[in-house]
Each structure stands twice: as structure tokens, then as C-alpha cells.
Design a protein around this ligand. Structure first.
Ligand SMILES: Cc1cc2nc3c(=O)[nH]c(=O)nc-3n(C[C@H](O)[C@H](O)[C@H](O)COP(=O)(O)OP(=O)(O)OC[C@H]3O[C@@H](n4cnc5c(N)ncnc54)[C@H](O)[C@@H]3O)c2cc1C
Ligand SMILES: *[C@@H]1O[C@H](CO)[C@@H](O)[C@H](O)[C@H]1NC(C)=O
Ligand SMILES: *[C@@H]1O[C@H](CO)[C@@H](O)[C@H](O)[C@H]1NC(C)=O
Ligand SMILES: *[C@@H]1O[C@H](CO)[C@@H](O)[C@H](O)[C@H]1NC(C)=O
Ligand SMILES: *[C@@H]1O[C@H](CO)[C@@H](O)[C@H](O)[C@H]1NC(C)=O
Length: 501
């Protein structure tokens, strides 16, 4: 992974000179001089896909700089342990995620092989309330017996939700952009879906008549494992977290973050390995413009900050709670105060053996290796599960070496680790400021902070997931393009009223 990135990663501040030079050399041979400068802050899936969509829309007219001080991919990342590499952040992609499916195919990437031998168990802190069988049919029958009609009803409901979600693809294909996250929610499903972001998941489920057993187990697990939260979180994020019930989930063979580096490469972006400290409004120019304050490279002792002017700025990182520390200067109306907080999720990887006795088993025979918890428990974990390497292959035993991955709200103490593991050869901890706390009281941020200054991650406040950020980034690219070209009739089109577009 690092080797493919090496080619495109420069070191600031030299990079500014080099990248300009390279761009011009290319431009002279075929394309007109770029006349629009675009700066993107953050090289996660949001920033990298936005760069791709902006390049698609503006073509050679625009030159794009992407600022990313760390690894490309952001919260899509890997960890090395026990001689193999594993996903440490976002790992699962839903088959209804059209953009991720399209990118994977377009870039010639493969889906990671599915290796049998995963056995799931729902653990309530004392016992397993549900245990997967060795046969799929038996598992389904068992689930039906346990959850009854609610299971069928819920699978159907998720199917409808996923289908509704796909309406946003149609509207984006037509070039429509929304200035707010609410506009996107409205396109997906009118007021009903807008309301999903404002009511607790629990209430939405109760209103639909679901019984406690499915809520307390399956729904609680989905919200705990995916978002470290509970059914008290907002219903939209709840539905997103349970969408996996449909099956067909996948990961990218060789690591999901390859999609990010490919997107940046295809968009011909200059990747600048620096932190942005601030955004300053250019008050002298007649057309919109901003100066980015670029931090001196962390690896040098220089405290020299540089500044670059751009016509369009995209912020592709959360602006909450010490997540990015970007200051805004010179704006007539202060840009500040993004309310809400982020959840901490600690991913602990252990190459070792589970202490099966803690879960009531003599050994691994019969013991689930995907233990998902329904509520807070003595181990203080959300889940503990076998994870397979990013490049595991059917028929290659060595490539299938699993390690345990534990999700918890806090780092695990030695005492907790002792209770969970019989032995530990190696351990790695990845500490994430992971996703928003989905309080149904939250208001949803706008995509446009100022004229041609955009913020993708507002969409995370509906739900944080790879595909959500890509939807947000395409919307941002369309918004910038439509505004730049005065295509105001392509902004905030209400598809629930006007469908003839
Ligand atoms: C543990 C975990 C598991 C998850 N599992 C899944 C999953 O299975 N499926 C799924 O779809 N989603 C999952 N998610 C959610 C998903 O990872 C995120 O929604 C998505 O990756 C966010 O992408 P982003 O580009 O918006 O932000 P990030 O990936 O956070 O990217 C922002 C980037 O901006 C950079 N940056 C920050 N400040 C500055 C600055 N001042 N200047 C320049 N650069 C800056 C950062 O270094 C970072 O690389 C998971 C998240 C976590 C944490
Ligand atoms: C959800 O909220 C209710 C009331 O606000 C509270 O009693 C309950 O404990 C909460 N549930 C969880 C799982 O946090
Ligand atoms: C920075 O300064 C310290 C002490 O003055 C020195 O040890 C270190 O090598 C310097 N680092 C770089 C990258 O120049
Ligand atoms: C932001 O600033 C806070 C406090 O100054 C600091 O603790 C935090 O590490 C910073 N975050 C980033 C991403 O730089
Ligand atoms: C595992 O435990 C079961 C009983 O629960 C026992 O029958 C079996 O022999 C054990 N296997 C090993 C490899 O110890």
C-alpha cells in the first residue's frame, strides 16, 4: 500500500513548487491552462472521492490540491500484526453501495474472498441469547424461531430503505445538488426520511410494532457494533447500521483504502502532505477566494507557515471537537461552533487465543468466533471477533490467518485482556475518534459554509459510512460546479414534487 502511494506523496513545502511544475509540463502538451484552483482539506474517502468528482466535472480547467498530513484513507486504514495486514477502520461495504461498487470495478480491484468458518453469537454478558448454527438454513430457522415474524418484516423494511436510498444516485446522475443534508434526506424519502434523523431508533421501531426481543438483541447489537451507541440514537443511523442484515457485504481485496489512492490518482490531484491550520477569506478579490494556511512540515524544525490562494475550498474532515483544529479568519459572519461530539472507539488486535472459559466454553469447538454484545457487560466490550487478512484467499491457508479484533469504548486494561485472552503473542491498539454521537436533537450542518467554501462531513451527522461520505462528496462537487456555472436550477430540486427532470 505504502509503495503505491509513495509516487504521489510529496513533502511540503517543496511539493508546492514541484507539483506546479509537473502540472504545467503536462498542461502544455494537451490541455488548456487550468484556471480554477481547488483546495481539498483531508485525504479520506470524502476528500479523495470529491477530488475525483470535481475532476470529472471541471476537467482540465481545474487544478486540485489535496492536503493530507497522514496516510491516504483516513478512517479507512490497516494495521499490521502477526505477519499479516487487517482493516483497522471501515471494513464493511454494503452491496447497495453503488459508488463503492462502481469504483472497485472501475479500478480493477477485487472483492476479498469469503472464507467459511465464521460463527456468530449474540452475548448478553451472561450467556449467548443467539448462536449461529454450522448450516445457513439451520441458522435462519433458528433466527425465525427466536425473532418470529419481526425478522421477515424487518428484512423487507431494510430492503425498502436501501431502495429509497438509491434515489440519491438518480438525482446525482442528473446533476442535482443540495445545499443541506436535509435536502438529500428529502430526496431519499421525503419528510419520512428527514424525520428519521430526528427521532430515536427505538421509537421508530416501537411505532412499527417491533417486539422487545429483536430490539434488545439484534438492533442493539447493530448500533453498538457499528456506532458504539444504543437504540436511543437517531433512526436514520440506526437503519444504516442494520442494513447489513441483507447480507452480501464485502471488503476490497488488498485493503479498502486502495479506493482512496486510486480516486486521487485518477483525478490527477497534487497530494500535499501537510496540515491546514486555517482558512482565510480573500476580501480583496471580486470573485470568491480563500487563503489556506499550511503548517510547516512536522518533520522539520522550521515554524514557517505558507499560504496558498484557491477559488474553491472543500473541507473533507469533521470540524468537531479537536478533530481538525481549522480556524476561520476574515469572514463577515463567524464560522465556528459545530455542536455535537464524536465517539471514541478503540480497536484492539490480538494475535492469540480466546479465553473460551469466560464465555462458557471449554475450547473453540462450538464457541462462536464473532461475539457481538447486546448490552454493557463485565468485559466492557462491544464485540470480539476473528478478523481475516485484507488479502486472504480461498485455498491458501496461510493467507487466512485470523487475529482477534475487539471494539470497546475505552482502551482495555490488563485485567480485561486477561479475562478475554488465554494467550497473547502480539497486540496492536488503534484508538479512533470514530463517528458522531447520534443524538436525535442534533441539527444537520449545511454543505456550504460560504461562497465556494464547502464542508462534506456535515453528512456524517445523518450517518457516518463510506458510501454516505461519497454521496456527500459528489453532492459537494455538484454544488461547486453548479454555483460556478450559475446553474441555480440544478440546486435544491425537490424530487418529491418535481420529478420530470
Ligand atoms: C472503527 C471504525 C469502523 C468503521 N466501520 C465502517 C464500516 O465497516 N463501513 C463503513 O461504511 N463505514 C465505517 N466507518 C465509518 C467510515 O470510516 C467513515 O464514515 C469514513 O471513512 C469517513 O471518511 P472521511 O473522508 O469523511 O473522513 P476521514 O477518513 O476521517 O478523513 C479525514 C482526513 O482529513 C485529515 N485531516 C484532518 N484534519 C486535517 C487538517 N487540518 N489538514 C489536512 N488534513 C486534515 C485526516 O488526517 C484524515 O485523513 C467506520 C469508522 C470507524 C472509526
Ligand atoms: C435509552 O434512553 C432511555 C430513556 O431516555 C434510558 O432509560 C435507557 O437506559 C437508554 N438505553 C440505552 C441502551 O442507553
Ligand atoms: C530538530 O531539532 C532537534 C534539536 O535541536 C534535532 O535533534 C533534530 O534532529 C532536528 N530535526 C530535524 C528534522 O532537523
Ligand atoms: C486539536 O487541538 C487540541 C487542543 O489544542 C488537541 O488536543 C488535538 O490533538 C488537536 N487535534 C488535531 C487533530 O490536531
Ligand atoms: C473441546 O471440548 C469438547 C467438549 O466441550 C470436547 O469434546 C473436545 O474433545 C475438546 N476438543 C479439544 C481439541 O480439546
Amino acid at each position: 500500500m505504502a509503495s503505491t502511494m509513495g509516487k504521489v506523496v510529496f513533502v511540503a513545502p517543496l511539493c508546492l513548487v514541484i507539483s506546479r511544475f509537473m502540472y504545467n509540463a503536462h498542461a502544455k502538451s494537451v490541455q488548456p491552462e487550468p484556471s480554477i484552483r481547488i483546495g481539498i482539506i483531508g485525504g479520506g474517502i470524502g476528500g479523495s472521492s470529491c477530488s475525483y468528482f470535481l475532476h470529472e466535472l471541471f476537467g482540465a480547467k481545474a487544478s486540485i490540491d489535496v492536503y493530507e498530513p497522514s496516510d491516504i484513507g483516513g478512517r479507512i486504514a490497516t494495521v499490521d500484526i502477526g505477519g499479516h495486514t487487517y482493516e483497522s477502520g471501515a471494513s464493511i461495504i454494503h452491496p447497495g453501495n453503488m459508488y463503492m461498487k462502481k469504483f472497485t470495478k472501475e479500478f480493477g480491484l477485487k472483492h476479498k474472498d469469503k472464507i467459511p468458518g465464521q460463527k456468530m453469537g449474540f452475548y448478553d454478558g451472561e450467556k449467548f441469547v443467539f448462536l449461529e448454527s454450522d448450516w445457513v438454513i439451520a441458522t435462519y430457522a433458528k433466527m425465525l424461531w427466536h425473532y418470529g415474524w419481526d425478522l421477515i418484516k424487518f428484512r423487507r423494511e431494510i430492503g425498502v430503505f436501501v431502495e429509497k436510498f438509491s434515489r440519491i444516485y438518480d438525482s446525482q446522475k442528473k446533476g442535482v445538488a443540495y445545499s443541506s443534508v436535509e435536502g438529500i434526506m428529502n430526496t431519499i424519502g421525503g419528510n419520512e426520511v428527514v424525520d428519521y434523523t430526528k427521532v430515536p431508533f427505538l421509537k421508530a421501531l416501537k411505532d412499527r410494532g417491533y417486539k422487545d426481543v429483536i430490539i434488545d438483541e439484534m438492533m442493539a447489537i447493530a448500533t453498538r457494533v457499528n456506532y458504539g451507541q444504543s437504540v436511543n440514537m437517531s433512526a436514520f443511523a440506526g437503519f444504516v447500521s442494520v442494513a447489513g442484515i441483507q447480507g452480501g457485504l464485502f471488503s476490497v481485496h488488498g485493503g479498502n483504502n486502495q479506493v482512496c489512492s486510486q480516486l486521487l490518482q485518477k483525478s490527477r490531484a497534487n497530494i500535499i502532505k501537510s496540515t491546514i491550520k486555517g482558512v482565510k477569506l480573500d476580501t480583496e478579490s471580486a470573485t470568491p477566494g480563500y487563503y489556506l494556511t499550511i503548517a510547516a512540515n512536522e518533520n522539520s524544525n522550521s515554524t514557517f507557515h505558507t499560504s496558498e490562494r484557491y477559488d474553491i475550498i472543500v473541507i473533507a474532515t469533521p470540524l468537531h471537537e479537536g478533530k481538525s483544529n481549522i480556524s476561520f479568519e476574515g469572514f463577515p459572519k463567524k464560522i465556528t461552533n459545530f455542536p455535537g461530539r464524536f465517539h471514541r472507539t478503540v480497536a484492539t488486535f490480538v494475535d492469540g487465543e480466546l479465553n473460551t472459559a469466560s464465555f462458557g466454553f471449554k475450547n473453540m469447538s462450538g464457541c462462536p468466533n464473532q461475539i457481538l454484545t447486546t448490552k454493557d457487560n463485565q468485559f466492557k466490550i462491544n464485540s470480539i471477533a476473528h478478523n481475516l487478512p485484507i488479502d486472504c484467499k480461498v485455498g491458501n491457508k496461510e493467507s487466512q490467518k485470523p487475529v482477534w479484533k475487539v471494539f470497546s469504548k475505552e482502551p482495555l486494561s490488563e485485567k480485561q485482556l486477561y479475562a478475554l485472552f488465554a494467550s497473547r503473542k502480539e497486540m496492536k491498539v488503534v484508538d479512533w475518534l470514530a463517528y458522531p454521537h447520534y443524538d436525535p436533537q442534533n441539527s444537520l450542518p449545511k454543505f456550504e459554509l460560504h461562497d465556494q467554501l464547502y464542508y462534506i462531513n456535515g453528512i456524517e451527522w445523518a450517518a457516518s459510512a463510506i458510501e454516505m461520505l461519497i454521496v456527500g462528496s459528489r453532492n459537494t462537487a455538484l454544488l461547486a460546479y453548479n454555483k460556478y456555472n450559475g446553474l441555480n436550477d440544478m440546486i435544491d430540486v425537490d424530487f418529491n414534487q418535481k420529478t420530470e427532470l
